[in-house]
Design a protein around this ligand. Structure first.
Ligand code: 5GP
Length: 126
């Protein structure tokens, strides 16, 4: 799959924008004013959930530069809430955000991967 070009503006037709609008189905786990969470279609761990902000941000870089304090607080709280709701803090889990080409980001709407449910191995493979 093609990786995200960080110089391009937000594309409202990206797959996660379509999921947010309800145009593409997903296995939803959580939603509030600022965030939406759903299971990854191709899980890389026993639990693999994606948490996305509702605002139009390409990446963590874009979000951290432009989002309001309320959006940032809401998103961070939602990530923690989803992890607790899934029982992940008990044995531990991992957060990951890929950014741009070197990060291997494929979908140009900020998403935090939440991995858990078992030992996750080394931080980086390959
Ligand atoms: P990235 O490489 O951009 O950090 O991760 C994109 C993630 O989105 C991948 O783990 C991929 O499996 C997931 N993904 C791509 N398309 C869809 C989709 O249509 N539905 C869901 N639930 N996940 C998707």
């Amino acid at each position: 799959m093609t990786t995200v070009d960080p110089s391009k503006p937000y594309d409202p037709d990206n797959i996660f924008a379509k999921i947010l609008r309800g145009e593409v189905p997903c296995n939803k786990v959580y939603e509030d004013d600022h965030a939406f969470a759903f299971h990854d279609i191709n899980p890389q761990a026993p639990v693999h959930i994606l948490v996305i902000p509702k605002g139009e941000y390409v990446s963590w870089d874009d979000f951290s530069a432009k989002a309001s304090d309320a959006e940032m607080a809401g998103f961070v709280k939602a990530v923690g809430h989803v992890a607790r709701e899934q029982g992940l803090p008990v044995r531990g889990y991992r957060l990951l955000a890929n950014i741009g080409r070197n990060g291997g980001q494929e979908v140009p709407h900020l998403h935090v991967h939440l991995f858990g449910g078992g030992p996750l191995g080394p931080m980086l493979a390959g």
